[in-house]
Design a protein around this ligand. Sequence first.
Ligand SMILES: [Zn+2]
Length: 468
Amino acid sequence: MNTIGEYMRERVDIILANGIIVTLGRKGIIYGGSIAIKDNRITAVGRSDEILSKYYSDEVIDVKGKVVLPGLIDLHVHNVQILLRGSFTDKLTALPPIWLNFLIPFEANLTPDQVKTASLLSMINMIKNGTTCFVEAGSPHPEKVAEAVLETGMRGIVTRSNIDLDPNIPMYTDTEKTIKENLKLYNEWHGRGNGRIEVWFSVREIMLNTIKLIDEFNKLAREKNTYITMHLAEDRVEVDFTLEKYGKRPVELMFERGYLNDRVLAVHMIFLDSRETVMVAKSGASIVWCPYVDSYLMGLSKAIDLLELNVTVGLGSDGGAWCNMDLFEQGRIARTAAKLLSNMISHDKTALPARTVLYMLTRNAAKAIHKLNLGVLEEGCLADIIVLDIDRSHLTPHYSIEEVIVNMARGSDVNTVIIDGKIVMRDRRILTVSEERVLKEFNRVSDKVEPLISELQKRVLKPGREKH
Ligand SMILES: [Zn+2]
């Protein structure tokens, strides 16, 4: 039965009560704050006395001693590559191009069921680290990635792995079929799961895609009001390739043809000359920096310079093969790289402030995927929210919440995850899928693909190629 007080208050679905709310928006940090959530939106954010006098709910979660943040956004994930976790020895990565010799033949051999199981485990990794939204870089059997988004309750941008330039490369489909398959994926999945699933187009690389396909994707993205993600300026051989084939450097080529524009999310962005850096700023494209993978595969992203030119930059893990998918850790690697560089070159200690890192993980990443109602905790925004335990030894004291989160927090400090207004993880237990069942199934799949990984490793490390 409702009390008299409840008749005067508005009923909502969830209230997070009495926490430290880091809104990253107009209201800054609210100590002793609460958030009211109805359907998939934030109804109100404010001081607890204000919120609790206006709203009531059957689901009040006490977040005293905890920090409430917008969910983190991973802008570059190869979901299936989690099957390769631990496979990349230094010997292997020292023999490029690893994408051509290893990643693409590997992905080409996966069955739909294997993609599904890998995607589920990848998404469990993300949720347990406080990531609520991701951009798939381009997957074989992408409908299985979409199914996993539906089941786990995540928010995900799904893309297909497109290879249409050279029939000798595994996963090749001709340009016409490639476009057809992308449209089929878009028509079947875009907007499903209450809008949690979006379908974009993926340019896997200029070395793997025809200009005709890139041109069609640009037209289709405008027509369908969707977007494009592309690996760009990632590899030294890519620069040589475009210079030889088109007489231009990669970013120069894309910019001059109008293919680097405000519908593009460009990933890595390492090998840019100073002219190309200006082109990116003019283009309106957003950028993904994958600080860990970049550091040991290719080099250092130009993201630091691009940030200074007001380009929207977010972070990516590049998937579970390379790292544990903890974006707090990626933020620290980015900060370390930026500070190392600025200290060495300019004797400047102020590079990449904590707030910028926090923005790159949340509101700037949301802007990069054109979701202005995400990445901040404000009235009317989508309810993608994470709760961190802050009263822990490695996070104490926390005079400056932002500094402590960016410098010390770990994905495993995330206690509760809400996505699209639904509780997806509570007290570190995932509620949407059985972690135990997925892990069991994943182990069965990884046993099956292990011979394929060994075969590819042997092929790459054939006698005479080994350096060490
Ligand atoms: Zn990638």
